[in-house]
Design a protein around this ligand. Structure first.
Ligand SMILES: Cc1cc2nc3c(=O)[nH]c(=O)nc-3n(C[C@H](O)[C@H](O)[C@H](O)COP(=O)(O)O)c2cc1C
Length: 374
């Protein structure tokens, strides 16, 4: 029997299990966190129209065609850096469970398991997310590593020209390497399950980037290398250069303006993620659900659009699809699930989201998710 009741319950359990600095890193947003809240409020305020007298007996289909292949459901795992802070092995658990569930898993540049190992976990459903850092050589090498590993889809993240100002991290003095202060030791002692799991498996590391640091480099120099992995140099020319180098599908993530979306669609980008980085970058950015409609109007009905930010249930997935998305990604919801329940939390999260989505479909008279695009 599933132990997962809702992603809100999982969040609360994760909050109890994790030291505060680790939970806040995952849970928090930029500035006053108004933008973070706005993502949720947009979903809460959107309503679904119940429909009656439609035969929805039996299995309902969530199978979706997206970017040239069929997926079991129109949702996937968003790229998250330093996810290992949630629970050791979290990237691997999510990647393997996503492959099994037939939904995409996005490995990230700052993931805590290297992209090659994550591709082994998700050989058919793995996507790789790229930060365009200040070193063109490292960017080129990451693109080449992703290609050689076998990824067919590259996501370029466009919304980190500077790191977001996250007040919780500043208050917690969260930085790498973690400073051993009395408060830090207290946090570890009062969250023994998390601390023992981390002790057994080793502290989270920037697994993709270690090879670019000098042999035996300290955590400090790795952390400064990581800081350079997002930069303000990504522009349309750099994007065109990446397009020319990457033979597979190319997704641009972090678009909120219809003008940018239209331009990206004209640059042979295969899909866009309407995203504000889960409210972690610009506090004043619009809710992604609100930004979606104008972007859909700008790019036309057929251009592949993904949305993320604030999705916490199957009803939210349906709301996003009705608002014009073809596909959605979730970040924190899956992190909370594994942080709360360990490895099994990954499969339970996909199963729960699927069950919630089909429940919402039944109540709104939708037998097959593909009927939405008719
Ligand atoms: C802890 C954390 C780390 C993240 N790291 C990355 C990253 O490395 N690359 C990226 O493109 N987006 C990153 N994101 C943003 C997510 O991909 C996604 O846009 C966001 O989590 C969606 O919002 P949600 O968490 O409300 O679902 C991160 C988000 C979180 C919460």
């Amino acid at each position: 029997m599933s132990r997962l009741i809702s992603f809100d319950d999982a969040r609360e359990k994760a909050r109890q299990r994790m030291p505060r600095f680790a939970f806040d890193f995952i849970d928090g947003g930029a500035g006053t966190e108004t933008g973070l809240g706005r993502n949720r409020t947009a979903f809460i305020n959107r309503v679904l129209e119940p429909r009656a007298l439609i035969n929805v007996d039996g299995d309902l289909s969530t199978r979706t065609r997206f970017l040239g292949r069929s997926w079991a459901a129109p949702f996937g795992v968003a790229p998250v850096g330093l996810a290992g802070l949630g629970w050791p092995g979290i990237d691997r658990f999510l990647a393997c469970a996503a492959e099994k569930a037939g939904v995409p898993y996005c490995a990230s540049t700052p993931s805590t398991t290297c992209l090659e190992d994550l591709h082994d976990c998700a050989p058919t459903s793995g996507w790789f997310q790229l930060y365009v850092g200040s070193s063109p050589e490292i960017v080129d090498d990451l693109i080449e590593r992703a290609r050689v590993a076998g990824y067919d889809t590259l996501i370029v993240t466009a919304d980190v020209p500077r790191p977001g100002k996250r007040r919780r991290d500043l208050r917690n003095r969260f930085a790498l390497p973690l400073a051993i202060t009395p408060r830090f030791v207290w946090e570890l002692a009062s969250h023994p399950k998390w601390s023992l799991a981390v002790l057994r498996n080793g502290a989270p590391r920037f697994a993709n980037l270690e090879r670019y640091a000098a042999p035996g480099a300290s955590t400090t120099s790795l952390a400064s290398l990581m800081a350079k992995q997002s930069s303000g140099r990504l522009d349309w020319d750099v994007l065109a250069d990446i397009r020319a180098k990457w033979p597979g599908k190319l997704i641009l993530k972090g678009i909120l303006s219809p003008e940018d979306a239209k331009k990206a669609a004209g640059q042979a980008v295969d899909a866009i993620v309407v995203s504000n980085h889960g409210g972690r970058q610009l506090d004043g950015a619009p809710a992604t659900l609100d930004a979606l409609g104008p972007i859909r109007d700008a790019v036309g009905r057929d251009f592949p659009l993904i949305v993320d930010g604030g999705i916490r249930s199957g009803e939210d997935v349906l709301k996003a699809l009705l608002a014009g998305a073809d596909f959605v990604l979730l970040g924190r919801a899956f992190l909370y699930s594994v942080a709360a329940l360990g490895e099994e939390g990954a499969a339970e999260a996909f199963a729960m989201l699927h069950a919630e989505l089909t429940n919402a479909m039944a109540q709104t008279g939708l037998r097959d998710i593909v009927d939405l695009s008719k």
